[in-house]
Design a protein around this ligand. Structure first.
Ligand SMILES: *Cc1c(COP(=O)(O)O)cnc(C)c1O
Length: 467
């Protein structure tokens, strides 16, 4: 063994202890770490001939690289829809690295850790009030979950025409209907060879809504004259957290032949609260659902899962079967994750989620969801009361979409946001909604409090007064 590795092995406990302390220092200081910074490096470091050892690497990391990092797990990082990491999720995430398991199988094919994933999915189904007619698994993010679900939908579509697209490639135009798809679903269409432009946009409901207009959806279905199609629907659009009417879609499903996918990346967590679960009523009838865990579940990146109806398991295996690992017999008995999702090797991604769910229970997550939505309202009300801002859409859940008041100020929105973000106290993302430039603030982090909203409003007033 290399002598430095040997030294590290002997010093393992101290290395982890020192690293832990360093991590704790970062987390304890999140309030003061800026949400953006302009620090930069020349990323052309020359590889050491002689290693520095773990602690030497830590020292160099602290000096050169850590200043690049911003407080994205902190309470005022409101861009993108990003959660922070709860203590239990970090504990689970660390242990996932420590145990470093092969998470494919549930039998003697090299460990039984996939059972942890089964159990975690089972817990998630309970959290979300979904039936166990779904099978689920972990992927890196909602983008990959949309990819996985739409990949199986693609195979389903081929089957309706007597084709096997997974084996022979796509030989027919795939009909896709959607109203306000997330950009990652479009990216999935591109990756799946369906084509990022090959979908039909259905109208949204009139009156500042992003939800699908059911009458127009049915019009578009009729135009297909009985041909199968894939519907990509939304449980929580990023700009205004709008939800499609799942009960109405369920009724359509009784009349027409389609694969129903729901992108519920963050909005699915509405199901956790009695106040908001009406938003997802009827979603259990979907064929597939995408949900992110590194958003409202507040576990570290990279964590999301897909849910696909058990009845589609054969289509799923046809899509993702690893040809070197033919499955034997009953796919549910000789189950192997490598045959049902894009990756072969994966870390034990379920563990941070399992830890979180076990540590905080249904009530813990209900609190996070309800606190986030009340903070969104609080922030929205403060904006309404201020003469400088206006909301672009009503606040339906946890996202606030707003802009500088008045069309004459549209050309200042980008500059305002840059100035605000540059001060490092808050981070929000630019957006474009109803033909206007806007800003989006998303409340998902378990650490955010009313005081953070106060700090941000104060910052915004100071920045706007400079114009
Ligand atoms: C964030 C988000 C995605 C993409 O998720 P990643 O985790 O970034 O891959 C997809 N759909 C919706 C609705 C989202 O909010």
């Amino acid at each position: 063994m290399n002598s430095i590795l040997q030294h590290d092995l002997n010093d393992f406990e101290n290395i982890l202890h020192t690293t832990k302390q360093h991590g704790i220092n970062f987390l304890n200081n999140l309030e003061n770490i800026p949400t953006t910074n302009n620090y930069s490096i020349d990323p052309k470091k020359e590889l050491n001939k002689l290693g520095l050892g773990s602690l030497g690497a830590l020292e160099e990391f602290k000096k050169r690289l850590e200043p690049l990092l911003v407080s994205s797990p902190g309470p005022r990082y409101w861009g993108f829809v990003t959660g922070g990491s709860t203590p239990a999720s970090i504990a689970g995430d660390w242990l996932a690295s420590v145990y470093d398991q092969n998470t494919q199988a549930t039998t003697s094919q090299g460990g039984n850790s996939a059972l942890i994933e089964f159990e975690t999915i089972h817990l998630l189904l309970q959290l979300l009030g979904l039936p166990d007619t779904f099978l689920g698994g972990f992927v890196t993010g909602a983008t990959m979950s949309n990819f996985t679900c739409l990949g199986v939908a693609r195979q389903w579509f081929g089957k309706q025409l007597g084709k096997d697209f997974a084996k022979n490639g796509i030989s027919e135009t795939i009909n896709i209907l959607t109203a306000t798809p997330h950009s990652s679903s479009i990216k999935a269409l591109s990756m799946l060879g369906i084509g990022s432009q090959n979908y039909t946009t259905v109208k949204t409901i009139e009156g500042n809504r992003e939800a699908i207009d059911i009458a127009d959806l049915e019009e578009n279905i009729k135009k297909l004259k009985g041909k199968p199609f894939i519907l990509i629907s939304s449980a929580g659009t990023v700009n205004t957290a709008d939800f499609d009417d799942f009960e109405a879609i369920t009724k359509l499903k009784e009349k027409y032949n389609f694969w129903w996918h729901i992108d519920a990346a963050f909005g699915g967590f509405a199901a956790v609260s009695d106040k908001y679960k009406h938003l997802v009523e009827g979603w259990e009838e979907a064929d597939s659902i995408t949900i992110d865990c590194h958003k409202w579940l507040n576990v570290p990146y990279e964590s999301a899962f897909y849910l696909i109806k058990k009845e589609h398991i054969n289509l799923q295996i046809e899509t993702f079967q690893n040809s070197n690992a033919p499955y034997l017999g009953n796919p549910l008995e000789n189950f192997n994750y490598l045959n049902v999702l894009p990756e072969n090797s994966r870390r034990l991604r379920a563990l941070p989620v399992w830890f979180s769910l076990t540590a905080y229970g249904k009530e813990g997550f209900c609190d996070i969801v309800e606190k986030s939505t009340s903070l969104a309202l609080h922030f929205g009300n403060a904006l309404i009361e201020d003469e400088n801002f206006e909301l672009l859409a009503p606040i339906r859940l946890n996202n606030v979409c707003f802009t500088l008041k008045g069309d004459e100020n549209q050309n200042k929105v980008a500059q305002f946001l840059t100035k605000l973000n540059d001060r490092g106290k808050v981070f929000m993302t630019p957006t474009f909604y109803e033909n206007r430039k806007g800003i989006r603030a998303s409340f998902v982090n378990w650490r955010t409090t009313e005081n953070d909203v106060k700090i941000v409003i104060q910052e915004m007033i100071e920045v706007v007064s400079e114009f």
